[in-house]
Design a protein around this ligand. Structure first.
Ligand SMILES: [Zn+2]
Length: 322
């Protein structure tokens, strides 16, 4: 494991400011709260800091060191870790369907996991879908389902099959986990056909649940990078790309406030009745109002209140048509 000792932003190399310390003990205790289960000591957690880039607002971990294999082995086997379905999978299919085409198309899914998106994409007519993942168990699972999936990173795939190019190169919920985002997207661009599109999804940070609750899974060692509109725009600028943002509708301000309040008072693992929640609001009206006003002021993307997920389309600048 190589520790990245630079304190500069991994997108634009500007200085960052320290916004939070996150010690090993904090992380272990937050993980215990999140999963209602003590994490094993062997998961090799280290101390981190969170910095925010003064230029592009990206929040990034220091050191930019990916969670250990033992951490991922533990966290990925917790109940409910892998989504069975995601909004952005269908948003991508909708965008692909909007394109007029006469010929067959090809899709590369980077970090395809057990292949749930591949199964959906294979229903598109005249379409070849290829997946990449670095977890051997996930690759075997996909291959057992009859999918064309390789145990490779995007970089090692390109080195082996540099002549292979795709109309769409996708990566769902990977970019927040890695230490070299610019290199990752550049590698995706290298396997993209002319006029092709890259689609990336990540959480939109800070998420609406983070007004008054600490979401350890949106922090290191799980997520090293916390993305916003401005940081994506800087990434696209650095790579000579144009970008478009897609988002689902955000929940209403009251739903977001209530959800965040409930998490801050009861955590993630309690079922709370409406009456109990109401009693707690009466006892803590200032906390509830503070969250409410923060939610009212929540960022906007494309003129709408930011949801917790963003799907971003990258195209090389000379190729985009607006
Ligand atoms: Zn930056």
């Amino acid at each position: 494991m190589t520790e990245n000792l630079s304190k500069k932003c991994p997108i634009c190399s500007h200085e960052g400011i320290h916004i939070r310390s996150l010690s090993k003990n904090n992380i272990m205790s937050e993980l215990e709260d999140y999963f209602a289960e003590k994490p094993p000591e062997k998961i090799e957690i280290i101390d981190y800091e969170i910095q925010q880039c003064k230029n592009c607002s990206l929040e990034y971990a220091l050191p930019l060191e990916v969670g250990s294999q033992s951490f991922y082995q533990w966290v990925t086997t917790r109940t409910g870790y892998y989504a069975k379905s995601r909004w952005e999978w269908f948003a991508v299919i909708e965008q692909i369907n909007k394109q007029e085409r006469q010929n067959s198309i090809s899709i590369l899914d980077v970090g395809c996991g057990g292949g749930n998106f591949i199964e959906i994409a294979k229903k598109l007519s005249n379409t070849r879908v290829v997946g990449l993942d670095t977890t051997p168990e996930s690759v075997e699972q996909c291959q057992a389902r009859g999918f064309e999936v390789y145990c490779e990173t995007i970089e090692s795939f390109y080195n082996k099959f540099s002549s292979e190019t795709f109309n769409y190169v996708l990566s769902f919920h990977c970019l927040e986990h890695i230490s070299q985002p610019k290199q990752f997207i550049a590698s995706m661009l290298s396997v993209l056909k002319p006029m092709g599109s890259i689609f990336i999804s990540t959480p939109y940070s800070p998420m609406s649940v983070e007004s008054d609750w600490f979401d350890i899974l949106n922090h290191p060692p799980h997520h090293l990078l916390r993305w916003s509109k401005k940081s994506y725009e800087e990434l696209a600028h650095q790579l000579g790309c144009e970008i478009k943002f897609y988002m689902p509708s955000a929940n209403s301000v009251m739903a977001r406030t209530t959800n965040n309040f409930s998490l801050s008072k009861f955590g993630k693992n309690q079922t709370v009745s409406k009456l109990r929640l109401f009693q707690e609001i009466i006892k803590n009206p200032t906390v509830f109002l503070k969250i409410f006003f923060e939610q009212l002021m929540r960022y906007r993307v494309n003129g709408n209140i930011a949801a917790d997920i963003v799907l971003v389309e990258f195209q090389l600048s000379s190729k985009i048509s607006i």
